[in-house]
Design a protein. Sequence first.
Length: 277
Amino acid sequence: MRRLGGHELRIAGIIGTRGFAASVSGLAVYVVATIGCLVSSQVTKTYLGTIRENGLITVFDPSASAAAAPAVVAALYLAVVSSLSVARDRSSGTLEVLFYGPVNEVSYVLGKYVEQMLTCGVILGFYAIVIPLQSVLAGLGSSGRMWPTLLVALGGASAAVSLGILVSSGARSARSSVTVMAGLLTVLLLIQGANAILDGVDLATLPAALSYALPLISAAGRVGEYVSPFGYMAEGMNALARGDIARYATFLATSLAYSAVLLVLAVANIRRKGVKA
């Protein structure tokens, strides 16, 4: 991608803020934020049950850990909404109209990215208020790790949004784009879940048929670490749990670099496919 100009950044800002204003005027953002807070409340309730049974806290920071599941909820929502962005505008003719004006592929893609990241900020803002309050009211306390956890969520959301925009940029319609995105997210989550389960299983106890599939599952998991937004989020949370600052900084850098690569590919897709449906 060529060097960005001030004009393109200004147009991207206009597209992003207008789209953001439309997003926050609807109910979907607040429904997702509420669902995330309810998920966090359930996680906190589970921790309290563990404390009552065992007399100890088994996680590195209850409030930070309670933010991890809602972060996945936010990323899923943003990925699906982003997957509608370009395809819907192309199908409706909006994309063609925009490109008659001062908008080009770069400013348009950046604008869509800005729109969703601002929306992400609203959702995470709800989490930043509600989750520590839940933890304090439950008597679990809260520490400074809540904020680095939200930064992990932001990095994961950036990757999810960029992936959604890329999928949308190459889709023929909004319906096909959402279908592809839903299938891709399902596969990525299944791969990551399978690897997480197998990490805690004694491999000697597995059936022979499943043991043959382990190398394939493991290889898919390694690929998923680099292409899945949830893989980046897991890496960030692992670094935070271990207090590994270098690994945490690497997560932030790689999640942003991954996002940039996907956005460049989205620009190339729009140039290749054009703006007409």
